[in-house]
Write a protein that binds this ligand. Sequence first.
Ligand SMILES: [Zn+2]
Length: 240
Amino acid sequence: MYRSDSDGLQTARDQLVSYSARLLDDGLAVGSAGNMSVRLAGVPGAGTPGAGTPQADTVAITPSGVSYAELKPEEICLVSPDGTKLDDGSQETPSSETPMHLAIYAATRAAAVVHTHSPEVVALSATRTELPAIHYAITGLGGPVRVAPYVRFGSAGLAEAAVKALDGRSAVILRNHGAVTYGRDLAQAYDRALLLEWLARTYRLALSYGEPAILSAAELAEVTAESRRRRYGERRGGAS
Ligand SMILES: [Zn+2]
């Protein structure tokens, strides 16, 4: 069995439980809807030989059908890159959206993926083809966020549609379904889910006043360049 004490798995399990509870508190999902995962690649011990020992790119993911309010760390599931459930001690079934999570890990450098059914995003998904840039913070997601075509939950087709619409972005909206964000860790992926929901809400509020002004590609590029310049300056000057 996967040794949970020395390989980062316990940390991942605790984080997934903690952020799952936040998913409810922040109104990004209800019951057991939505799901999230962490890529365990590169952690000490991953990929070492031995029966049942997972290879690099093993993914820890929330189980299917367990209410987030009752989710326990030991119920978090482990899956290999091909979706096989590993001998992880969990009696639960991995999330039905495991194929989508794995497809995103295969196509990007994501270290964590968050999938929500947040209301503002779902409402937008049913009526629009894109979340446009009415606020420069959308550069944190790579730019205007595409709405991927509707495909049934849990299907390979949905995984494919999500990955395609993620091109150059760290967020995608799934038509009549929800949203997916990823990041360098679970905290960043989750913050992006919150940002996406806030941007969708802000867009709806703007529409209530009239036709919103949309930032141009050049204006967004300027924001991205300035953000990079400031981050570089912070690194050179040390934490302050
Ligand atoms: Zn879903």
